[in-house]
Design a protein around this ligand. Structure first.
Ligand code: AHR
Length: 503
């Protein structure tokens, strides 16, 4: 069968924006085995003196995760942060209502901050605007960021942490539009509360950046009105509005499934429009940027989660085992985020360990990499610099819910300082390779140094603790010729074509 053909033009001056590294963020929630049994398992052969699993730390470092959202998620809407600081033996056990488990509070703010430092990540801290409000939020900012000489900063010092953490990015609650949320609110109720909490949190520390809750997903009945109302209240006090979206191949139709990143693209464009409408309404000067602080595939574990025994401690919840096609969609979603790097300044793959995660662990056993680990790692490691705006021509197809889906999903990142150019590409075609021709114009002297490919004959292939059959190889055939790049992108594949300037 003859391959399909696609073309791409890359030009140094066609820029979307400098990429904010926080776009490669992730998320750890007190949920399932993310914290207990995931990052923290005292007694495990790999545990350090803090009880942190070193094998997990090593994998998180491989991903070069720059930012981790914490402690939730739905969990944060019932969380008393004071339960998680001070002597561990005096911390209360609580009924955790979001996920119907028991929270021991063995890990809390200081333990998590220590772990984040070990993996070289900043923390995106969420405050509880479900059951609590302005007071608990401003006290937590004081505990974390004030140098000393006040009740909460001195409390932190008495807990053994002399220097403030200076946490920069904060979330004003979580999914407050969702009826499942503890303390669910209307847009007006939430907007007012978020406005006042934001104002006061910034009085404690004016250097922080704040994320107001947008909709829990694009299909929420209140979507769009929610964002407009919330931003109407909070425009002067926040820097970001959040987006959350999870996808699943519920109908088992891969062509349609892989096109879902087009919906994500549309969602992003809609939220930008709403943020700009409010800016116009306010005669504002600043743009509200987007924090896509929960995104991923999530559906494999839905049925088994219904069987979890209530009030157990760290049960295996949301343990999606990802297959090869999920890795392709995750690749398309990463490319979509990069295409909007001018407005999406934060994004968090939800989540990081065990819970809908790229990294899995077995209790007392090994850690292992899911299929989605690879596109996330490749973009995080090679996708730092300037997001370029490529001109792409690709053959297209129609699927159940989409028309004109390009077989080629692609973008490129230029790192001026390191003189590297990296093309990320997915071939959505089920049967045929894609002959790609890239015109690299004013990237004189740039040569292909590596063509990484993630491919597999079985789209349902998964990895496990026993082995990782879905893993990338570097045998792609991309080459530089006649001042351009040519490559064959195998059918259904994730590709990373790396170029470096050769003197
Ligand atoms: O990431 C899992 C859950 O998904 C989060 O707790 C919640 O915010 C979302 O609904």
């Amino acid at each position: 069968m003859a391959n399909q053909k696609a073309k791409m033009i890359l030009e140094k001056d066609f820029k979307v924006s400098e990429i904010d590294n926080r776009i490669y963020g992730s998320f750890i929630e007190h949920l399932g085995r993310a914290v207990y049994g995931g990052i923290y398992e005292p007694g495990h052969s790999q545990a350090d003196e803090n009880g942190f699993r070193q094998d997990v730390i090593e994998m998180v470092k491989e991903l070069q995760v720059p930012l981790v959202r914490y402690p939730g998620g739905n969990f944060v809407s019932g969380y008393n942060w004071e339960d998680g600081v001070g002597p561990v033996e005096s911390r209360p056990r609580r009924l955790e209502l979001a996920w119907r488990t028991t929270e021991t509070n063995e890990m809390g703010t200081n333990e998590f901050m220590k772990w984040a430092q070990l993996v070289n990540a900043d923390v995106n801290m969420a405050v509880n605007l479900g059951t609590r409000g302005i007071d608990a939020a401003r006290n937590l900012v004081e505990y974390c960021n004030h140098p000393g000489g006040s009740y909460y900063s001195d409390l932190r010092i008495s807990h053994g942490v002399k220097d403030p953490y200076n946490i920069k990015t904060w979330c004003l609650g979580n999914e407050m539009d969702g009826p499942w949320q503890i303390g669910h609110k209307t847009a007006a109720e939430y907007g007012r509360l978020a406005q006042e909490a934001a104002k006061v949190m910034k009085w404690v520390d004016p250097s922080i950046e704040l994320v107001a809750c947008g909709s829990s997903n694009r299909n929420m009945p209140t979507f769009a009105d929610w964002e407009a109302t919330v931003l109407d209240h909070t425009y002067d006090h926040v820097e970001f509005i959040s987006l959350h979206q999870y996808y699943g191949n519920r109908d088992n139709e891969i062509s349609n499934y892989l096109a879902l990143s087009l919906e994500m693209d549309d969602f992003i464009k809609s939220v930008i429009s709403i943020a700009d409408y409010i800016k116009a309404k306010k005669r504002g000067k600043k743009n509200i940027n987007l924090s896509f602080d929960e995104w991923n595939v999530w559906y494999h574990s839905n049925e088994q989660d219904k069987r979890i025994e209530p009030w157990s401690i760290a049960p295996p919840q949301l343990e999606d085992i990802y297959n090869f096609e999920d890795a392709l969609l995750v690749g398309c979603m990463l490319i979509t985020l990069l295409k909007h790097a001018d407005r999406v300044k934060i994004a968090c793959l939800a989540q990081l360990v065990n819970v809908i995660a790229p990294i899995m662990t077995e209790d007392n056993g090994p850690a292992w990499k899911q299929t989605i680990f690879y596109p996330y790692m490749h973009t995080s490691v090679f996708g730092r610099g300037i997001s370029l705006n490529p001109i792409i021509s690709s053959p297209k197809y129609d699927s159940k819910d989409f028309t004109d889906v390009p077989y080629l999903e692609s973008t490129a990142v230029y790192n001026e300082e390191e003189e590297t150019l990296t093309i990320f590409a997915v071939n959505r075609h089920l049967q045929e390779g894609l002959d790609l021709e890239v015109d690299i114009r004013n990237f004189e002297g740039y040569k292909v140094v590596e063509h990484i490919v993630l491919e597999n004959d079985d789209i349902k292939q998964t990895n496990s603790a026993k082995g990782t059959p879905v893993a990338p190889h570097s045998n792609g055939n991309a080459k530089t010729e006649n001042g351009g790049v040519t490559a064959v992108l195998p059918k259904l594949s994730w590709n990373v074509i790396r170029l470096e300037k050769r003197k």
